[in-house]
Design a protein around this ligand. Structure first.
Ligand code: G2I
Length: 359
Protein backbone atom coordinates (compact mmCIF):
# COMPACT_ATOMS: atom_id res chain seq x y z
CA UNK A 1 0.00 0.00 0.00
CA UNK A 2 1.46 3.31 -0.98
CA UNK A 3 1.71 5.96 1.62
CA UNK A 4 -0.32 8.99 0.87
CA UNK A 5 1.62 12.16 0.33
CA UNK A 6 0.17 15.62 0.49
CA UNK A 7 1.21 18.72 -1.35
CA UNK A 8 3.03 21.24 0.89
CA UNK A 9 0.14 23.67 0.39
CA UNK A 10 -2.42 21.22 1.73
CA UNK A 11 -0.14 20.07 4.53
CA UNK A 12 0.29 23.66 5.62
CA UNK A 13 -3.46 24.13 5.46
CA UNK A 14 -4.03 21.02 7.52
CA UNK A 15 -1.51 22.19 10.11
CA UNK A 16 -3.19 25.57 10.27
CA UNK A 17 -6.53 23.86 10.75
CA UNK A 18 -5.09 21.65 13.49
CA UNK A 19 -3.70 24.69 15.24
CA UNK A 20 -7.06 26.42 14.94
CA UNK A 21 -8.78 23.37 16.37
CA UNK A 22 -6.40 23.21 19.30
CA UNK A 23 -7.10 26.85 20.01
CA UNK A 24 -10.82 26.25 19.70
CA UNK A 25 -11.04 28.62 16.75
CA UNK A 26 -13.20 28.37 13.67
CA UNK A 27 -11.09 27.63 10.62
CA UNK A 28 -10.85 30.90 8.72
CA UNK A 29 -11.95 31.06 5.08
CA UNK A 30 -9.04 31.28 2.66
CA UNK A 31 -8.87 34.42 0.51
CA UNK A 32 -9.16 32.47 -2.73
CA UNK A 33 -12.20 34.02 -4.34
CA UNK A 34 -11.47 32.33 -7.67
CA UNK A 35 -12.00 28.92 -6.17
CA UNK A 36 -15.43 28.82 -4.54
CA UNK A 37 -15.12 25.14 -3.60
CA UNK A 38 -11.89 25.54 -1.66
CA UNK A 39 -12.92 28.41 0.51
CA UNK A 40 -11.70 26.89 3.76
CA UNK A 41 -8.27 26.04 4.99
CA UNK A 42 -8.74 22.30 5.43
CA UNK A 43 -10.58 19.74 3.32
CA UNK A 44 -13.02 17.16 4.66
CA UNK A 45 -10.27 14.59 4.36
CA UNK A 46 -7.80 16.80 6.23
CA UNK A 47 -10.32 17.08 9.05
CA UNK A 48 -11.03 13.33 9.03
CA UNK A 49 -7.30 12.60 9.12
CA UNK A 50 -7.04 14.51 12.37
CA UNK A 51 -9.19 11.72 13.80
CA UNK A 52 -7.17 9.01 12.02
CA UNK A 53 -9.97 8.49 9.49
CA UNK A 54 -10.34 9.06 5.75
CA UNK A 55 -13.11 10.93 3.98
CA UNK A 56 -13.80 9.74 0.46
CA UNK A 57 -16.15 9.70 -2.49
CA UNK A 58 -16.94 7.05 -5.09
CA UNK A 59 -16.37 7.85 -8.73
CA UNK A 60 -17.63 6.24 -11.91
CA UNK A 61 -15.31 6.23 -14.92
CA UNK A 62 -17.23 8.65 -17.16
CA UNK A 63 -17.12 11.24 -14.36
CA UNK A 64 -13.34 11.52 -14.66
CA UNK A 65 -13.92 13.39 -17.93
CA UNK A 66 -15.84 16.06 -16.00
CA UNK A 67 -12.73 18.03 -15.12
CA UNK A 68 -14.12 20.38 -12.46
CA UNK A 69 -15.75 17.38 -10.79
CA UNK A 70 -12.63 15.23 -10.94
CA UNK A 71 -10.44 18.11 -9.72
CA UNK A 72 -12.62 18.77 -6.70
CA UNK A 73 -12.77 15.05 -5.92
CA UNK A 74 -8.98 14.99 -6.00
CA UNK A 75 -8.57 17.91 -3.62
CA UNK A 76 -11.37 17.52 -1.07
CA UNK A 77 -11.18 13.76 -0.55
CA UNK A 78 -8.55 11.25 0.55
CA UNK A 79 -10.14 8.07 -0.72
CA UNK A 80 -12.18 6.86 -3.65
CA UNK A 81 -14.13 3.76 -4.67
CA UNK A 82 -14.89 2.85 -8.30
CA UNK A 83 -18.67 3.06 -8.71
CA UNK A 84 -18.73 0.36 -11.37
CA UNK A 85 -15.22 -0.18 -12.75
CA UNK A 86 -14.19 -3.18 -10.64
CA UNK A 87 -17.46 -5.12 -10.77
CA UNK A 88 -17.59 -8.58 -12.35
CA UNK A 89 -19.21 -7.47 -15.62
CA UNK A 90 -16.40 -4.95 -16.08
CA UNK A 91 -13.46 -7.11 -14.98
CA UNK A 92 -14.35 -10.49 -16.53
CA UNK A 93 -16.70 -9.77 -19.44
CA UNK A 94 -15.95 -13.18 -20.97
CA UNK A 95 -15.11 -16.30 -19.02
CA UNK A 96 -11.42 -16.25 -18.12
CA UNK A 97 -10.82 -13.03 -20.08
CA UNK A 98 -10.05 -10.16 -17.75
CA UNK A 99 -10.30 -6.47 -18.50
CA UNK A 100 -8.91 -4.08 -15.91
CA UNK A 101 -9.18 -0.95 -18.05
CA UNK A 102 -11.91 0.78 -16.06
CA UNK A 103 -10.54 -0.12 -12.63
CA UNK A 104 -7.01 0.81 -13.66
CA UNK A 105 -8.19 4.19 -14.89
CA UNK A 106 -9.54 4.99 -11.46
CA UNK A 107 -6.50 3.56 -9.66
CA UNK A 108 -4.23 5.72 -11.84
CA UNK A 109 -6.33 8.82 -11.25
CA UNK A 110 -6.31 8.10 -7.51
CA UNK A 111 -2.55 7.63 -7.50
CA UNK A 112 -2.03 10.93 -9.29
CA UNK A 113 -4.26 12.73 -6.78
CA UNK A 114 -2.99 10.92 -3.68
CA UNK A 115 -6.27 9.14 -2.90
CA UNK A 116 -6.42 5.62 -1.51
CA UNK A 117 -8.79 3.14 -3.12
CA UNK A 118 -11.40 0.71 -1.79
CA UNK A 119 -12.03 -2.17 -4.16
CA UNK A 120 -15.70 -2.76 -4.97
CA UNK A 121 -16.74 -5.56 -5.39
CA UNK A 122 -15.64 -9.19 -5.92
CA UNK A 123 -19.03 -10.83 -5.79
CA UNK A 124 -22.54 -9.45 -6.00
CA UNK A 125 -25.86 -10.65 -7.40
CA UNK A 126 -25.98 -7.57 -9.63
CA UNK A 127 -23.84 -6.57 -12.62
CA UNK A 128 -22.71 -10.12 -13.27
CA UNK A 129 -21.72 -10.86 -16.88
CA UNK A 130 -24.35 -12.68 -18.94
CA UNK A 131 -22.01 -15.61 -19.63
CA UNK A 132 -22.14 -16.29 -15.89
CA UNK A 133 -25.85 -15.71 -15.25
CA UNK A 134 -27.07 -17.53 -18.37
CA UNK A 135 -24.85 -20.58 -17.90
CA UNK A 136 -25.76 -23.74 -16.01
CA UNK A 137 -22.98 -24.69 -13.65
CA UNK A 138 -22.24 -27.59 -11.41
CA UNK A 139 -21.06 -26.67 -7.92
CA UNK A 140 -17.48 -27.58 -8.86
CA UNK A 141 -17.60 -25.40 -11.98
CA UNK A 142 -19.07 -22.40 -10.20
CA UNK A 143 -16.62 -22.75 -7.30
CA UNK A 144 -13.74 -22.77 -9.74
CA UNK A 145 -15.17 -19.74 -11.63
CA UNK A 146 -15.57 -17.79 -8.38
CA UNK A 147 -12.11 -18.73 -7.12
CA UNK A 148 -10.50 -17.77 -10.40
CA UNK A 149 -12.33 -14.44 -10.53
CA UNK A 150 -11.42 -13.47 -6.99
CA UNK A 151 -7.82 -14.62 -7.34
CA UNK A 152 -7.17 -12.80 -10.62
CA UNK A 153 -8.84 -9.54 -9.61
CA UNK A 154 -7.32 -9.38 -6.13
CA UNK A 155 -3.84 -10.20 -7.45
CA UNK A 156 -4.14 -7.54 -10.13
CA UNK A 157 -4.96 -4.86 -7.55
CA UNK A 158 -2.58 -6.11 -4.87
CA UNK A 159 -0.89 -3.10 -3.27
CA UNK A 160 -3.24 -0.74 -5.13
CA UNK A 161 -6.39 -1.08 -3.05
CA UNK A 162 -6.37 -1.09 0.74
CA UNK A 163 -9.68 -2.91 1.16
CA UNK A 164 -12.05 -5.11 -0.81
CA UNK A 165 -15.79 -5.48 -0.58
CA UNK A 166 -15.41 -9.23 -1.01
CA UNK A 167 -19.10 -10.03 -0.82
CA UNK A 168 -21.74 -7.38 -1.44
CA UNK A 169 -25.40 -7.51 -0.38
CA UNK A 170 -25.58 -11.20 0.56
CA UNK A 171 -28.44 -10.87 3.06
CA UNK A 172 -32.16 -10.26 2.71
CA UNK A 173 -33.98 -7.70 4.84
CA UNK A 174 -35.25 -10.44 7.17
CA UNK A 175 -31.73 -11.67 7.85
CA UNK A 176 -31.86 -14.77 5.65
CA UNK A 177 -29.23 -15.35 2.99
CA UNK A 178 -29.98 -13.78 -0.35
CA UNK A 179 -30.53 -16.53 -2.90
CA UNK A 180 -27.98 -15.33 -5.41
CA UNK A 181 -26.40 -17.64 -7.97
CA UNK A 182 -23.60 -18.53 -5.55
CA UNK A 183 -25.88 -19.37 -2.64
CA UNK A 184 -28.19 -21.43 -4.80
CA UNK A 185 -25.39 -23.54 -6.24
CA UNK A 186 -22.81 -23.59 -3.46
CA UNK A 187 -24.74 -22.95 -0.24
CA UNK A 188 -23.67 -20.39 2.39
CA UNK A 189 -20.10 -21.75 2.52
CA UNK A 190 -19.28 -19.66 -0.55
CA UNK A 191 -18.81 -16.63 1.72
CA UNK A 192 -15.99 -18.16 3.79
CA UNK A 193 -14.45 -19.59 0.61
CA UNK A 194 -14.50 -16.16 -1.05
CA UNK A 195 -12.81 -14.55 1.95
CA UNK A 196 -10.12 -17.25 2.07
CA UNK A 197 -9.40 -16.98 -1.66
CA UNK A 198 -9.15 -13.21 -1.38
CA UNK A 199 -6.75 -13.53 1.57
CA UNK A 200 -4.60 -16.04 -0.36
CA UNK A 201 -4.36 -13.58 -3.27
CA UNK A 202 -3.40 -10.60 -1.09
CA UNK A 203 -2.38 -11.25 2.52
CA UNK A 204 -2.49 -7.55 3.43
CA UNK A 205 -5.67 -6.13 1.91
CA UNK A 206 -8.59 -5.60 4.31
CA UNK A 207 -11.49 -7.94 3.56
CA UNK A 208 -15.03 -6.63 4.03
CA UNK A 209 -18.63 -7.72 3.79
CA UNK A 210 -20.77 -4.80 2.62
CA UNK A 211 -24.51 -4.12 2.56
CA UNK A 212 -27.29 -1.51 2.82
CA UNK A 213 -29.95 -1.18 5.54
CA UNK A 214 -27.46 -2.44 8.11
CA UNK A 215 -26.55 0.94 9.64
CA UNK A 216 -29.02 0.53 12.47
CA UNK A 217 -29.84 -2.48 14.59
CA UNK A 218 -32.40 -4.85 13.11
CA UNK A 219 -32.81 -8.28 11.55
CA UNK A 220 -30.40 -7.63 8.70
CA UNK A 221 -27.55 -6.22 10.76
CA UNK A 222 -28.18 -8.94 13.37
CA UNK A 223 -27.60 -11.52 10.63
CA UNK A 224 -24.24 -9.93 9.76
CA UNK A 225 -23.34 -9.76 13.42
CA UNK A 226 -23.99 -13.49 13.78
CA UNK A 227 -22.20 -14.31 10.53
CA UNK A 228 -19.08 -12.27 11.34
CA UNK A 229 -18.96 -13.72 14.83
CA UNK A 230 -19.05 -17.22 13.36
CA UNK A 231 -16.46 -16.39 10.68
CA UNK A 232 -14.15 -15.07 13.38
CA UNK A 233 -14.68 -18.18 15.52
CA UNK A 234 -13.88 -20.34 12.48
CA UNK A 235 -10.74 -18.28 11.79
CA UNK A 236 -12.00 -17.20 8.39
CA UNK A 237 -10.25 -13.97 7.33
CA UNK A 238 -12.66 -11.08 7.81
CA UNK A 239 -11.39 -7.60 8.60
CA UNK A 240 -14.29 -5.28 8.19
CA UNK A 241 -17.98 -4.58 7.81
CA UNK A 242 -19.11 -1.99 5.29
CA UNK A 243 -22.31 -0.09 6.01
CA UNK A 244 -23.37 1.44 2.71
CA UNK A 245 -25.69 4.01 4.32
CA UNK A 246 -27.98 4.80 1.39
CA UNK A 247 -30.37 6.71 3.62
CA UNK A 248 -33.67 8.41 2.75
CA UNK A 249 -35.32 11.13 4.81
CA UNK A 250 -38.74 9.53 4.44
CA UNK A 251 -37.60 6.32 6.14
CA UNK A 252 -36.08 7.81 9.28
CA UNK A 253 -32.56 7.77 10.68
CA UNK A 254 -31.06 4.31 11.32
CA UNK A 255 -31.93 3.04 14.79
CA UNK A 256 -29.00 3.11 17.26
CA UNK A 257 -26.37 3.62 14.59
CA UNK A 258 -23.49 4.35 16.97
CA UNK A 259 -24.28 1.33 19.15
CA UNK A 260 -24.57 -0.81 16.04
CA UNK A 261 -21.15 0.29 14.74
CA UNK A 262 -19.74 -0.37 18.22
CA UNK A 263 -21.02 -3.93 18.43
CA UNK A 264 -19.30 -4.84 15.16
CA UNK A 265 -16.09 -3.17 16.34
CA UNK A 266 -16.38 -5.24 19.51
CA UNK A 267 -16.30 -8.39 17.37
CA UNK A 268 -12.81 -7.33 16.30
CA UNK A 269 -13.51 -5.96 12.82
CA UNK A 270 -13.20 -2.49 11.34
CA UNK A 271 -16.33 -0.70 10.20
CA UNK A 272 -16.51 1.66 7.25
CA UNK A 273 -19.35 3.84 6.00
CA UNK A 274 -18.97 2.88 2.36
CA UNK A 275 -21.65 4.49 0.16
CA UNK A 276 -23.22 7.33 2.09
CA UNK A 277 -25.96 9.42 0.53
CA UNK A 278 -29.20 10.82 1.97
CA UNK A 279 -31.98 11.21 -0.57
CA UNK A 280 -35.34 12.89 -0.34
CA UNK A 281 -38.50 13.33 -2.37
CA UNK A 282 -38.09 16.18 -4.86
CA UNK A 283 -38.35 19.07 -4.98
CA UNK A 284 -36.26 19.64 -1.88
CA UNK A 285 -36.96 22.54 0.46
CA UNK A 286 -34.91 24.29 3.12
CA UNK A 287 -36.40 22.18 5.92
CA UNK A 288 -35.45 18.94 4.19
CA UNK A 289 -31.97 20.19 3.39
CA UNK A 290 -31.54 21.12 7.05
CA UNK A 291 -32.68 17.67 8.14
CA UNK A 292 -30.34 16.09 5.61
CA UNK A 293 -27.48 18.19 6.99
CA UNK A 294 -28.31 17.03 10.50
CA UNK A 295 -28.22 13.39 9.35
CA UNK A 296 -24.87 13.81 7.58
CA UNK A 297 -23.56 15.19 10.86
CA UNK A 298 -25.09 12.33 12.86
CA UNK A 299 -23.57 9.65 10.61
CA UNK A 300 -20.17 11.30 10.88
CA UNK A 301 -20.40 11.63 14.66
CA UNK A 302 -21.48 7.98 14.97
CA UNK A 303 -18.41 6.90 13.03
CA UNK A 304 -16.04 9.16 14.95
CA UNK A 305 -17.43 7.86 18.24
CA UNK A 306 -16.16 4.35 17.51
CA UNK A 307 -12.44 3.95 17.23
CA UNK A 308 -12.63 1.14 14.67
CA UNK A 309 -14.87 3.08 12.30
CA UNK A 310 -12.08 3.81 9.85
CA UNK A 311 -13.64 6.18 7.35
CA UNK A 312 -16.58 7.52 5.40
CA UNK A 313 -17.18 7.33 1.66
CA UNK A 314 -19.90 9.29 -0.12
CA UNK A 315 -21.45 7.48 -3.12
CA UNK A 316 -20.46 10.38 -5.34
CA UNK A 317 -20.27 13.79 -3.71
CA UNK A 318 -22.55 15.94 -5.85
CA UNK A 319 -26.12 15.85 -7.14
CA UNK A 320 -24.57 16.29 -10.60
CA UNK A 321 -23.64 12.59 -10.71
CA UNK A 322 -25.80 10.31 -8.63
CA UNK A 323 -27.35 6.89 -9.18
CA UNK A 324 -30.53 7.91 -7.36
CA UNK A 325 -32.77 9.68 -9.93
CA UNK A 326 -32.44 6.70 -12.32
CA UNK A 327 -33.27 4.17 -9.60
CA UNK A 328 -35.82 6.16 -7.57
CA UNK A 329 -37.64 8.50 -9.98
CA UNK A 330 -38.74 11.67 -8.18
CA UNK A 331 -36.06 11.35 -5.49
CA UNK A 332 -32.59 12.83 -5.26
CA UNK A 333 -30.74 15.87 -3.89
CA UNK A 334 -28.83 13.33 -1.81
CA UNK A 335 -25.28 14.69 -1.71
CA UNK A 336 -23.53 17.54 0.12
CA UNK A 337 -22.72 19.40 -3.14
CA UNK A 338 -25.41 20.47 -5.62
CA UNK A 339 -25.41 20.04 -9.43
CA UNK A 340 -23.22 23.13 -9.79
CA UNK A 341 -20.70 21.85 -7.25
CA UNK A 342 -21.86 24.37 -4.68
CA UNK A 343 -21.92 23.42 -1.03
CA UNK A 344 -25.29 22.53 0.51
CA UNK A 345 -26.02 22.77 4.27
CA UNK A 346 -24.88 19.13 4.54
CA UNK A 347 -21.32 20.19 3.69
CA UNK A 348 -21.15 22.54 6.68
CA UNK A 349 -22.68 19.86 8.88
CA UNK A 350 -19.94 17.43 7.83
CA UNK A 351 -17.27 20.01 8.66
CA UNK A 352 -18.90 20.72 11.99
CA UNK A 353 -19.04 17.03 12.94
CA UNK A 354 -15.45 16.50 11.81
CA UNK A 355 -14.19 19.45 13.86
CA UNK A 356 -15.97 18.37 17.05
CA UNK A 357 -13.46 17.17 19.62
CA UNK A 358 -15.30 14.01 20.61
CA UNK A 359 -12.88 11.49 19.15
O1 G2I B 1 -27.21 1.06 -6.43
C1 G2I B 1 -26.38 1.88 -5.67
C2 G2I B 1 -25.22 1.10 -5.10
C3 G2I B 1 -25.72 0.08 -4.07
N1 G2I B 1 -24.61 -0.63 -3.47
C4 G2I B 1 -23.70 -1.28 -4.38
C5 G2I B 1 -23.22 -0.32 -5.46
O2 G2I B 1 -22.40 -0.97 -6.39
C6 G2I B 1 -24.37 0.36 -6.16
O3 G2I B 1 -23.81 1.23 -7.15
C7 G2I B 1 -24.58 1.46 -8.29
C8 G2I B 1 -23.82 2.39 -9.22
O4 G2I B 1 -23.59 3.62 -8.57
C9 G2I B 1 -24.65 2.62 -10.49
O5 G2I B 1 -23.91 3.39 -11.43
O6 G2I B 1 -24.84 0.23 -8.95
C10 G2I B 1 -25.73 0.42 -10.04
C11 G2I B 1 -26.12 -0.91 -10.60
O7 G2I B 1 -26.86 -1.63 -9.67
C12 G2I B 1 -25.04 1.29 -11.10
O8 G2I B 1 -25.94 1.56 -12.14
C13 G2I B 1 -25.64 0.99 -13.37
C14 G2I B 1 -26.82 1.20 -14.29
O9 G2I B 1 -27.95 0.58 -13.71
C15 G2I B 1 -26.53 0.59 -15.62
O10 G2I B 1 -27.60 0.88 -16.49
C16 G2I B 1 -25.21 1.13 -16.18
O11 G2I B 1 -24.89 0.44 -17.37
O12 G2I B 1 -24.46 1.55 -13.94
C17 G2I B 1 -24.11 0.91 -15.15
C18 G2I B 1 -22.76 1.45 -15.60
O13 G2I B 1 -22.83 2.84 -15.83
Amino acid sequence: MRTRTRSPRVTAAALAASAALLLGLTVAPAADAASPHRDRAATLDDLARQHGRYFGSAVDNPELADTPYADLLGTEFGQTTPGNGMKWDATEPRRGVFDFTAGDEIVNYAKAKGLKVRGHTLLWHNQLPSWLTSGTWTADELRSILKNHITKVVKHYRGKVFAWDVANEIMNEDGTYRENIFYKTLGPGYIADALRWARAADPRVKLYLNDYNVEGTGAKSDAYYTLIKRLKADRVPIDGFGMQAHLALQYGFPYQMRQNIQRFADLGVDVAITELDIRMILPSDATELAQQADWYGQVTSACLAVRRCVGITLWGYSDRHSWIPATFPGEGAALPWDENLRHKPAYDALRKALTATTS
